[in-house]
Design a protein around this ligand. Sequence first.
Ligand SMILES: NC(=O)C1=CN([C@@H]2O[C@H](COP(=O)(O)OP(=O)(O)OC[C@H]3O[C@@H](n4cnc5c(N)ncnc54)[C@H](OP(=O)(O)O)[C@@H]3O)[C@@H](O)[C@H]2O)C=CC1
Ligand SMILES: O=C(O)CCC(=O)C(=O)O
Length: 449
Amino acid sequence: MDSILDIVMARDPFEKEFHQAVTEVIESVKPVLDRNPEYRHAGIMERLIEPERVVQFRVPWMDDQGQVRVNRGFRVQMNSAIGPYKGGMRFHPSVNLSIMKFLAFEQVFKNALTTLPIGGGKGGSDFDPKGKSDNEVMRFCQSFMCELFRYLGPYTDVPAGDIGVGGREIGYLFGMYKKLKNEFSGVLTGKSLNWGGSLIRPEATGYGSVFFADEMLSTRKQSLKDKVCLVSGSGNVAQYTIEKLNHLGAKVLTLSDSSGYVYDEKGIDDAKLQYIMYLKNVKRGRIKEYAEKYPKAVYTAFDAGTDHNPLWNHKADCVFPSATQNEINAKDAQNLVNNGVYMVSEGANMPTMPDGIDIFLDNNILYAPGKAANAGGVAVSGLEMSQNSMRIRWSRQEVESRLKSIMQSIHASCLLASEEYGTPGNYVNGANIAGFIKVADSMMDQGIV
Ligand SMILES: NC(=O)C1=CN([C@@H]2O[C@H](COP(=O)(O)OP(=O)(O)OC[C@H]3O[C@@H](n4cnc5c(N)ncnc54)[C@H](OP(=O)(O)O)[C@@H]3O)[C@@H](O)[C@H]2O)C=CC1
Ligand SMILES: O=C(O)CCC(=O)C(=O)O
């Protein structure tokens, strides 16, 4: 298996996030390849690490001062063995090809776990929507879609949101796609309810991660009721994680953005959550304003120079990292363990660094990797595609109950695969193996393409 990593490193020596994601999967699936040499003969792993297609393009747009600006757009179409490429788009200044490829690679296994017929892809831009006017965001999205539309289609590639891409951006992107193609189709998910969106899609990733947590706790005869929780981020995933945790009787103490975090020992109840939703989704302000409104909460700015994230140094039972990749290093993981945390459900993609994951596993923490725990978002996107194809809309209850049963099924497949391959209770191996086998078998069926 070292040779696969050698290939990745030699071909793309600077793509460190992609190397990280590939290394984890390779370690998990080695026993599967040993037991099934036909996968090796068919070069399944060699094909999985090479995107089917990568599109990179210039995105010129005009700011409100009349100045032309240029950003870089990407779409990585990683694997279509089980369905059209599916995965979000991220608008954030840190976006580069390595981040796009790691996200697309993770998406392939995640989507396979959902039980739905969706392949894996991811896209985005180094455009930063923060501080831009609605008109600037619209002009950017229109220019982005003017190039990307050629590679999309309801049977080809169906993007959605991710960091920096929410309902506003999906609307502008959809409007331009519709104009260019002269066609109203389910080519994006996360659409507004008035024009083809699904109920529960905004809630789905956060709710799903909480459902997954509940399943993990039930293996130890526990529930989320009265559990003290730490959540990071304050965007879409964090907000609905808190909403569901509150509904289930847990208490959430923290929230963050890229500048700092708040600790509210009284708990972030539903009324405070409404304020966060206004602050982040309407006012587009900073999380430190939470501590100005609720002075008992303490705001701490992140210091990029420190070797740990202070958010992860509080006493708690359960943790829901919901901001971004690599936000928990080994020291953070050790702090969490020392502070009594015994459950981690990842709302974000790859938020824990490899040596942090080792600490969780060595300490018998119930640890769910993002590709299992946050699959609820793309799962409901898949349900949005089904509703669009059938020209119907399911009720809130219907979609939420489908989401819950998908999360239960992902949990069961992870446990089953982890047992079958000798590491019972290891959700990292379970998720990688279960996702891999489904994609690998589909690739075998379809020949060398
Ligand atoms: N939306 C979805 O359906 C899904 C999202 N995910 C993953 O969940 C995570 C959050 O996504 P989502 O909530 O949609 O995105 P949002 O843009 O809605 O929110 C992102 C949040 O994370 C914070 N953040 C971003 N970058 C950093 C950073 N470098 N350090 C600290 N905080 C940071 C943002 O703070 P700031 O405002 O300062 O940027 C913001 O609070 C991502 O990893 C995403 O890939 C996974 C599955 C589905
Ligand atoms: O809803 C989708 O298509 C994708 C969600 C996503 O980007 C993710 O699962 O990371």
